[in-house]
Design a protein around this ligand. Sequence first.
Ligand SMILES: Nc1ncnc2c1ncn2[C@@H]1O[C@H](COP(=O)(O)OP(=O)(O)OP(=O)(O)O)[C@@H](O)[C@H]1O
Length: 281
Amino acid sequence: AVSRHASRHDRGAAPGDRDAGASPARAGIVVRDVAKVYPGRHGDVLALASTDVTVAPGQFVAIVGRSGCGKSTLLRLMAGLNAPSQGCVTVGGEVLRGRPPTFARFVFQDFSESLFQWQTVARNVAFGLRHRLRHSGLTPADADHYLSQVGLASVANRYPHELSGGMQQRLAIARALASAPRFLFMDEPFSAIDALSRARLQDLTLQLWHELSLTVVMVTHDIDEAVYLANRVLVLAPDGAGIAHDLEIDLPWPRTQLGTKESAAFLDYRRSLTKWVVETE
Ligand SMILES: Nc1ncnc2c1ncn2[C@@H]1O[C@H](COP(=O)(O)OP(=O)(O)OP(=O)(O)O)[C@@H](O)[C@H]1O
């Protein structure tokens, strides 16, 4: 068994969860004794020691920690993009067996790779819709709805390379959401984007999370972003040692860029998390 600091961070639905009555085992994410080892030229690399965590349905969880601590590894294991070396992950009641569940979607830092550069903006979103077209009354024109939600209706007939980085990332989000996922996994989705577009995308993500009752897990390097968006932040210890801190963010909704980020409670959370990330050994 792979274990350095076996950590147990199980929690049921936190206060404020919108779907607190649903069982996390049935509708959320359950990570049980999951570890990941990568084989390397100089021996095995322990990317994540034995970890347990339960995400309740409707939670917005941010994962922070120093570079190389295993954030992306944990996210990819939770999402079914990578198989664990040991342990078991259940998402929405489905035990993951080496592939992501159909009701989950992903947004990565490098949005350009997740877009079809040879298809128009509208057709990129229609691609997200394609699984639903067969089983519902939807038509490709319903892509417009998602484009409007991310403010891209006016550029529906352009190609991705004709858009700014922020617009392309909004398109990647629209495409992910067009398939009506229940789970959204995001790996540093806004880190390559200018500050103003980033703030807009943060607010858009919160709005869609709320409207669509998503369960979101997001990796970020930015502690302010984690506190602003999430209702729970996991701090990973360095060197793949697992979850060092598990903090509930009890800030009021709706959150606003100026009001929330200047509040005393926000600054307290930010101070604690910064200290933990810097000092965690
Ligand atoms: N495919 C891989 N093969 C070998 N080692 C890997 C692989 N992916 C990750 N690792 C190693 O596992 C450890 C954790 O990597 P991971 O990408 O999860 O960290 P991270 O916290 O997301 O890092 P960063 O903040 O720098 O993106 C690192 O030591 C990394 O070198």
